[in-house]
Design a binder for this molecule. Structure first.
Ligand SMILES: *Cc1c(COP(=O)(O)O)cnc(C)c1O
Length: 329
């Protein structure tokens, strides 16, 4: 693939390439959300993937596309968690050396999870930017290949395989609701769906407290935003001031952006647990949160909600479940 282009054909190629590493996840009908909205709502549950998120798709597509020489030198990634875990797991499966750089903001259980996956973990700095700068340094020193979390055509094509599966499982899907951080997930899905049928709608969802892509779209260019803590921790971080792919693709292909509050995210997580007995992390619950909040407009009749991951601290999920069961106490 030319670095500068992404095509529907490349997304189909990605689907074939990653088939021995990533699952085709189920699209689960949600009677309760369907009743609430008056439409047919389906949940795409990526929490079942190896390492608990869709990030395995992009990571597998990227690592499998490296040259033999690049594979023998090893790879490096910087990540708030799920991207790092996915890169570590795929690298291990393919016998490639992986170094993962993290900031001090990343929860300890995620750091441990990555060590257990066999990656070398380097913790550095208090922000994503500082961890990234350090990763660049290591990459140069050790001639590793940087595996970006979203702004790479192979990563975008890998995440786009979700779009193919949605169309395969339910050809009548007319709307996809997708969590957004750096935009690899939403760009890939939107590109796949709109290449097949430009009338399909894609709605992005981020958290109110630090919605990087939302501000960039408003400004018409990549901008930096302040980092905050959020239940949707996998959505934290900027889109990169040198963004080449996901920003223009999101501008072109995403119809609308919705923002949800921390309380709405908690409600979304509880809803998945209560109504579907599914564990979903905050970032994976923003789509349900958006539907529950009634903030989504102009939806179609058949709606797919992407539940992007399940990596949540069980103590946190338990606390949320107790709080949501007895609101106001
Ligand atoms: C990475 C991630 C996202 C956001 O994906 P982008 O491609 O960065 O927009 C959403 N949910 C989960 C669980 C993630 O790990």
């Amino acid at each position: 693939m030319q670095q500068s282009e992404i095509s529907l054909k490349e997304i189909y190629r990605a689907k074939e390439r990653i088939s021995s590493i990533a699952w085709q996840t189920p699209l689960i009908p949600s009677p309760s959300l369907s009743e609430l909205t008056g439409d047919s709502v389906y949940l795409k549950y990526e929490g079942l993937q190896p390492t608990g998120s869709f990030k395995i798709r992009g990571a597998a597509n990227k690592l499998l596309s490296l040259s033999e020489e690049e594979k023998s030198r090893g790879v490096i990634a910087f990540s708030t968690g799920n991207h790092g875990r996915a890169v570590a797991a795929v690298a291990k499966q393919l016998g490639i050396r992986a170094v993962i750089c993290l900031s001090n903001r990343v929860p300890q259980y995620r750091v441990e999870a990555m060590r257990q996956l066999g990656a070398e973990v380097a913790v550095h700095g208090v922000s994503q930017d500082e961890a990234y700068a350090y990763a660049i340094e290591l990459q140069r020193e050790q001639k590793l290949t940087m595996i970006k979390p979203f702004d790479d055509p192979f990563i975008i094509a890998g995440q786009g395989t979700i779009g193919l599966e949605l169309m395969e499982d339910r050809p009548d899907i007319d709307t996809a609701i997708v969590p957004v951080s750096g935009g690899g997930l939403v760009a890939g899905i939107a590109f796949a769906l709109k290449s097949a049928d430009p009338s399909l709608r894609v709605i992005g969802v981020s958290m109110e407290c630090a919605p990087a892509m939302y501000h960039c779209l408003k400004e018409g260019r990549p901008v930096e935003i302040e980092e905050k803590d959020s239940l949707a921790d996998a959505l934290l971080g900027g889109i990169g001031l040198d963004n080449r792919y996901t920003f223009p693709m999101t501008q072109t292909y995403v119809d609308d952006m919705v923002l949800v509050s921390e309380d709405e995210i908690a409600r979304g997580m509880f809803f998945a647990l209560d109504k579907h007995h599914l564990v979903v992390e905050g970032s994976g619950a923003v789509g349900i949160a958006a539907l529950l909040s009634g903030k989504t407009a102009n939806l179609g009749k058949n709606i797919a909600v992407v539940m992007s991951g399940s990596n949540v601290d069980i103590a946190l999920l338990t606390r949320i479940a107790v709080e949501q069961q007895s609101p106001g106490t």
